[in-house]
Write a protein that binds this ligand. Sequence first.
Ligand code: SAM
Length: 234
Amino acid sequence: MIWRASVLTLFPEMFPGPLAQSLAGRALQTGIWSLEAVNIRDFARDRHRSVDDTPFGGGTGMVLRPDVVDAAIASVADGRPIIYLTPRGRRLTQRDAERYATAPGLMLLCGRYEGVDQRVIDARSMEEVSIGDYVLSGGELAALVLLDTTVRLLPGVMGAADSAVDESFAQHLLEYPHYTRPAEWQGRRVPDVLLSGHHAAVAAWRRAEAERVTRERRPDLWAAHTVASQATAP
Ligand code: SAM
């Protein structure tokens, strides 16, 4: 069955954007997944086609109206999970992408201005997801990021050569470094072990490098890796 993404946005022309290229683009063309951009403005109720209003309680900026957003959602809702992209959400992880890839598809709500009225987020039981601790001007780039990371995990999208088994975040580790020809470049040599043809030694070196870089750069990930390895130890 085709994996279906519906994006609710005030800027439908931003889609598929970069997702029309490379892996995701090929998969879109071959029908592994589909993407529809729903223009929230089409569901405005007044003659000015307004989608937002000033915040109750005062303050700057505008807030997307719950009735307009809800009508846009109702036009495509079919039981798929609904995600609201927001800096207030839980931070997106590789585990989330794995989970989304096994769903029948997703509906993604992109905010603008100050965000979306909380009542429609609650009423539609949306999952609130952030792509990082910084503020974007709208949810569209975040939706593209979430879709890119999910779509590449759909069956048939990545070839065996691109397999996700060894990638960063598998087993809570960052990936080991990569090298290709030439074996020496600007006086820098590729580590000898990678030229040795000794598969077990290469695997051990890669594992040690993955552990070292994770320990140095991501103590949070390293702690999770340590807990997970203790849980699976015989
Ligand atoms: N007033 C909001 C706050 O302080 O949390 C920020 C609103 S932001 C200018 C407008 C929209 O961009 C948000 O409604 C959300 O959809 C999107 N957005 C901004 N940063 C994001 C992030 N880190 N992750 C996901 N979506 C984000």
